[in-house]
Design a protein around this ligand. Structure first.
Ligand SMILES: NC(=O)c1ccc[n+]([C@@H]2O[C@H](COP(=O)([O-])OP(=O)(O)OC[C@H]3O[C@@H](n4cnc5c(N)ncnc54)[C@H](O)[C@@H]3O)[C@@H](O)[C@H]2O)c1
Length: 333
């Protein structure tokens, strides 16, 4: 699809983005608004997650505050063309502490949303934000979609269940559904106040405040996806979802070539003109049992199905992220 064709595809489309004030949801909202889609963001604005009112600044999007567990969903879903389903309890430690709330959002409320979508928007395409987390500690690298599912924590169980309910909608009712299993994503609008949304959030904050950050372990490999590449992946997934061979599929989404945490720490400092320092610490004992070790995705299937490839390299993505936050630290720390 050319850019003009993409704009024509999205212009006037009714789109609902759950979790639309969060990191990835808000980035998607900005892109959708720019493409002329009529976009509603639904978000509970939970202070423990990535929601931030500043995330939607400048986007022509309707923000509805509500909890997918109990908000009146029917009018929000009525005749939508596309649902981007980003809302989730995303904290791994949070899921361990309160697995009932975790599964209530990530699985039970998904079934509720599915029921309403059947009535209010039976033809709509759904792109569901899923996670690499439930593969657990990889038995081999890179990890493709056939890797066994072995959730290391409650959040992995609930996210896997939620995804499976959405896939049933395609299998049973032929709704165009695609699930993208994301790896660590980063970039503008990521929560950087603390380490709740990836280690990179707190690293960025510390570097910009000229304070040391901690690297836990250091040898673990990670692949990172820059937010603009994530957004493009979701748009491509929605555009391709009705096609045979795409509908009902789960796809891993990777990004930059794998790098160790130590390498990432050094590249973040280099992206900050050499300014910044860190110390290496042992992995905290309370997190070690749910740590997945090294991970990087085999995302050939998604690339082949949609033509997606990451466009923003790691060093460039780190530079762009730092530049973005430099003038916005008051809103994000
Ligand atoms: N960012 C990543 O690296 C990453 C990696 C793997 C998977 N994911 C998945 O991508 C999706 C988006 O993640 P994100 O990084 O943007 O997280 P985020 O926390 O920034 O966004 C999630 C949003 O959902 C909202 N939300 C949570 N519970 C809700 C509820 N009950 N009702 C309505 N809204 C609710 C939050 O307020 C938040 O704004 C999630 O489903 C997450 O599991 C993200």
């Amino acid at each position: 699809m050319t850019e003009a064709e993409r704009a024509a595809f999205w212009r006037g489309k009714r789109v609902l983005v759950t979790g639309g004030a969060g990191f990835l949801g808000s980035a998607l909202c900005h892109a959708l608004a720019a493409l002329g889609a009529r976009t509603t963001a639904l978000d509970v604005m939970n202070p423990d997650g990535g929601a931030n009112i500043a995330n939607l600044e400048g986007a022509s999007v309707l923000l509805v505050r509500g909890d997918i567990r109990d908000v009146e969903l029917h009018s929000l879903c009525q005749e939508v063309d596309v649902l981007f389903n980003m809302a989730a309890q995303t904290s791994h430690m949070g899921g361990q502490k309160d697995p009932v709330a975790d599964i209530a959002i990530n699985a039970v409320a998904q079934v509720r949303l599915i029921g309403v979508m059947r009535e209010a928007a039976p033809q709509a395409t759904v792109v569901h934000a899923s996670t690499r987390q439930f593969y657990g500690r990889p038995i081999s690298l890179p990890v493709d979609e056939f890797h066994p599912v072995n959730p290391p924590d409650a959040n992995g169980v609930s996210k896997w269940a939620g995804e499976q309910y959405w896939l049933l909608e395609q299998r049973v009712l032929k709704r165009p559904v695609v699930s993208l299993r994301l790896t660590n994503c980063y970039g503008p609008r990521l929560r950087i106040r603390d380490a709740r949304q990836t280690f990179l959030g707190i690293w960025i904050r510390q570097v910009l405040k000229d304070e040391p950050f901690e690297v836990w372990g250091g040898e673990q490999l990670r692949d990172l996806t820059y937010v603009d590449d994530v957004v493009r992946a979701f748009l491509l997934a929605a555009e391709a979802a009705p096609q045979p061979g795409v509908a009902g599929r789960v796809f891993n989404l990777g990004g930059s070539p794998p790098a160790s945490l130590l390498d990432l720490a050094q590249r973040l400092i280099a992206a900050n003109d050499g300014q910044g320092h860190y110390s290496v610490k042992e992995f905290p004992a309370d997190r070690a049992p749910i740590d997945i070790g090294s991970y990087h995705a085999d995302d050939h299937a998604f690339r082949a199905a949609t033509g997606w490839a990451p466009l923003v390299g790691l060093d460039e993505g780190l530079r762009r992220s730092l530049d973005w936050y430099r003038t916005r630290l008051a809103d994000y720390t």
